[in-house]
Design a protein around this ligand. Structure first.
Ligand SMILES: O=P(O)(O)O[C@H]1O[C@H](CO)[C@@H](O)[C@H]1O
Ligand SMILES: O=c1cc[nH]c(=O)[nH]1
Length: 238
């Protein structure tokens, strides 16, 4: 049972599960709850950042939007971990592929997250820290993808503060270091999880490709991510 409320999450007694899926878009959270969860109850509507708890294959699972950008996912994940006791947090997002080998609909599992953000500075480490996802969660989801014949790429992503980049070669330079894809939140989630000693993973569906310029429609972005969501939800088995 959720103990209390925060400035951004007000469950009014509705439960929040230890395992939670985190899409950027709150309407994707609603879609996931309506499509994949049984007996879902809504636990948050503050700022329309919709959150739900139900069961997936008999195990309790929550889903909540995080908004876009590192500050937004950082505050929601901090409250979910430190106030509501979440211990397995799986971002389910869209990403832009940075190599022509990433097709629309492929999955990317973020082994690590690079960034152009200053979020990590607050941890005041004596060097450059590399935020990583939980290997246990990543291994589980990767094996699940292989079993289902879903194409999944595991590697580095870049969590950027910018969707529209001022310099033309920004994404090409990240790609030149082997970074697979660009998105806007994972580094905040991985840093908060590591600092708290809980598990996090980011899984993406490639929604556009910055090399080939292929792109999904907004409708596909909101609802076309079934494989990713089903695979992410299987972490409730761990
Ligand atoms: O689809 P979501 O999870 O929102 O993720 C990606 O999409 C948004 C940009 O359109 C950013 O939040 C980016 O990280
Ligand atoms: O952040 C994102 C997400 C999807 N596609 C992009 O190009 N950037």
């Amino acid at each position: 049972m959720s103990p209390t409320a925060t400035p951004h999450i007000k469950p009014d007694g509705a439960p929040i599960a230890e395992t939670i899926l985190l899409p950027g878009d709150p309407l994707r959270a609603k879609f996931i709850a309506e499509t994949f969860l049984e007996d879902a109850v809504q636990f948050n509507s503050v700022r329309n950042m919709l959150g739900y708890t139900g069961t997936y294959r008999g195990r309790e699972l929550s889903v909540m939007g995080t908004g876009m950008g590192i500050p937004s996912i950082a505050l929601y994940s901090w409250e979910l971990i430190h106030v509501f006791g979440c211990t397995k947090l799986v971002r389910v997002g869209s990403c832009g592929g940075l190599t022509d080998g990433l097709e629309l609909g492929d999955l990317v599992l973020a082994q690590a997250a690079s960034t152009d953000s200053n979020y990590l500075a607050q941890f005041d480490l004596p060097g450059t820290w590399a935020p990583t996802g939980s290997f246990r969660l990543l291994d589980h989801v990767y094996r699940g993808a292989r079993e289902r014949g879903v194409t999944a790429h595991a590697g580095n992503v870049v969590s950027s503060d910018t969707f529209y980049h001022a310099q033309d070669d920004t994404t090409r330079r990240w790609a030149s270091m082997g970074v697979l894809a660009v998105e806007m939140e994972t580094v905040g989630l991985y840093a908060n999880a590591a600092a708290a000693g809980v598990e996090a993973l980011a899984v993406f569906t490639v929604s556009d490709n910055l090399v080939t310029h292929a792109q999904m429609t907004p409708e596909q972005r909101q609802t076309g991510f079934a494989s990713m969501i089903e695979l992410a939800a299987t972490v409730t088995e761990l």
